[in-house]
Design a protein around this ligand. Structure first.
Ligand code: GAR
Length: 206
C-alpha cells in the first residue's frame, strides 16, 4: 500500500474532456490518493483552462512562441512542475511530442492517453487513421511516455468495435467514452503504487 499523496499536473491543448474525467474521479473519491494541482496549456484559449478554473485548479498558459526552442519551452513548464511539487504528469490531449527536458525528470511518472490501440495508429488523428484503414476494432491506450511518439509501456487498453454505420465522429465519440474510463483507472493504479514498469511491460499489482 502506498499512502503518499500525489500532486498531478495535466498538460492539455484543447477541450479537456479527459482532464474533466480525472477531476471527476478525484472529486468522487475513486482516486483517493491524488489531486490535480496544476493544468498547463500550450493553447491560450483551450477550454480545458476553463474547466480547471471551474474546479479551483491553477491553469497556466505557456506560450511556445515565447521560447526559441522546445528545450526553452519545456524548461518553463519544468519550473512550474517543480514549484507545484508535481509527482505525476498527465498528457490529456496535449498535442506535442515531449522532449528530453521534461522526460529526463518525469520518465516513469508521465502518462498519456491515445485514441487508438497502440502500436497501431500513433501520432495525430488516430481515430481517423483507424477509420480510413477500415479496421473492425479500434480503441484507446493509456501508456507511460518514452522518447518515441506513442511508443511507451502500455498500462491499459480498451477495445471499441467499429460499426457498419460508424462515421469518424461516432467512432471517435465511442472511443472517447472509454478513454474517460481507462485514464482515471490508470491514474488510480499509479497513485496506489500498483504499476511496475518491467522493461517495456507494465505489471499491474492488485
Ligand atoms: C483525446 O481523444 C485524446 O486521446 C487525444 O486527443 C483527444 C483530447 O480530447 N490525444 C491524442 O490524440 C494525443 N496524440 P480532450 O481534450 O477532450 O481530452
Amino acid at each position: 500500500m502506498n499512502n503518499t499523496h500525489i500532486n498531478i499536473a495535466v498538460l492539455v491543448s484543447g477541450r479537456g474532456s479527459n482532464l474533466q474525467a480525472i477531476i471527476d474521479n478525484i472529486e468522487n473519491g475513486t482516486i483517493p490518493d491524488a489531486s490535480v494541482s496544476l493544468v498547463i496549456s500550450d493553447i491560450k484559449d483551450a477550454y480545458a483552462m476553463e474547466r480547471s478554473k471551474n474546479h479551483g485548479i491553477d491553469a497556466i498558459f505557456v506560450d511556445p512562441a515565447s521560447y526559441p526552442d522546445k528545450a526553452g519551452f519545456e524548461s518553463k513548464i519544468l519550473q512550474f512542475l517543480k514549484e507545484y511539487n508535481i509527482g505525476l504528469v498527465l498528457l490529456a490531449g496535449y498535442m506535442r511530442v515531449v522532449g528530453p527536458v521534461l522526460l529526463d525528470q518525469f520518465k516513469g511518472r508521465m502518462i498519456n492517453i491515445h485514441p487508438a490501440l497502440l502500436p497501431s495508429f500513433p501520432g495525430l488523428h488516430a481515430q481517423q487513421q483507424a477509420f480510413d484503414q477500415g479496421v473492425k476494432v479500434s480503441g484507446c491506450t493509456v501508456h507511460f511516455v518514452d522518447e518515441g511518439v506513442d511508443t511507451g509501456p502500455i498500462i491499459i487498453q480498451k477495445c471499441v468495435p467499429v460499426l457498419e454505420d460508424d462515421t469518424r465522429e461516432t467512432l471517435a465519440s465511442r472511443i472517447l467514452e472509454q478513454e474517460h474510463r481507462i485514464f482515471p483507472e490508470a491514474v488510480r493504479l499509479f497513485a496506489r503504487g500498483k504499476l511496475n514498469i518491467e522493461g517495456h511491460k507494465v505489471r499491474v499489482i492488485e
